[in-house]
Design a protein around this ligand. Sequence first.
Ligand SMILES: Nc1ncnc2c1ncn2[C@@H]1O[C@H](COP(=O)(O)OP(=O)(O)OP(=O)(O)O)[C@@H](O)[C@H]1O
Ligand SMILES: [Mg+2]
Length: 341
Amino acid sequence: MRTFCRQSRVLIVAGKGGVGKTTMVAAIAHLAARTGLSVLVVELEGRTGVASAFGHAVPLGYAGSVLLAAGAEPVDDDGEGGDDPGPSAIRPGTVRARTITPDDALVEYLADHGLKRVSKRLMSSGIIDLVAGAIPGIRDVLVLGKVKQIERSGMADLVLVDAPATGHAMTFLSSARGLLDAARGGPVRTQAAEVVDLLSDPERCQVALVTLPEEMPVNEAIEAAFQLEDKVGVALGPVIVNGCYPEVDGLAVTAAGAVALARVTVGDDLVSSLEAARRFRTTRADLQNEQLERLGNQLPLAQLRVPFLFADAIGPSELDILSDALANGVAALHDPAGASP
Ligand SMILES: Nc1ncnc2c1ncn2[C@@H]1O[C@H](COP(=O)(O)OP(=O)(O)OP(=O)(O)O)[C@@H](O)[C@H]1O
Ligand SMILES: [Mg+2]
């Protein structure tokens, strides 16, 4: 499990709007922390989804906050040791989360390059917007440049990026390549080149696509996968199929048939409600299986299936179930016969 979570130092979680990217970021973070890894979640839009899945109500800030504290002392069972992570290192088994916005990333970039006072003045005079307008893609490169810097610093074993929805994510991830073609030299080119290096090295960075077992999300996932490989040149990890309805036994028998078999007396209303539920689940299961099969045929990537949870919201107890499901999926990839259903 730990090896699986360490396939790349940065994992960008992408997919169509609303398919559960943020929820899966939280579940992967939870799983990785359980295996003793230190995890940093990066939110790009300052939403609160990841924090609330861990039971925190506060929005994330640029400075970041701890979502899951390590319960145990550092675990290092793989004997790799690794680089010295430095003083800002996240403790093993801990999940931290922070946001990265282009403006903050630029201010920090300038400060790191000895231009702290200039950057403050630029911010207050609004020149930064002008610069961003003049150099298309610079905002995305600044954000990914910051992700790259975090990755290089070794402060976390796994950096999970909650990417924007597909269309925007494609622009976000291909901006660096565009800038590399446009800028012949200077710091912008250096930054873009370093981001391209990050994105094209599968040991440093991969993308996990999230989808639902439904027609449109599956279409989008297939299209996005090919575009990501062709346009961005980034390696793809397994595709996460979220929201899978669990199989229910006994759906082949009608509600009336089941009542007769059980020799009980049940009101007509209840029988027709049960029958409607049975039909819904049967139809849903057929559609789901059809889409899962299509996804498997058209996208040669491993699938991790995650159940749909009948809950009002995703909180810590739902997160346990979702990360268990991911763990089972990972186990099944390595030992198809041995995983629990
Ligand atoms: N497996 C699941 N079972 C039940 N509800 C889920 C599941 N996964 C996600 N949800 C719910 O679906 C909604 C959308 O999930 P989420 O916010 O993670 O999607 P998203 O892809 O990040 O959306 P956006 O594109 O808006 O960022 C949320 O209300 C979340 O709680
Ligand atoms: Mg989201």
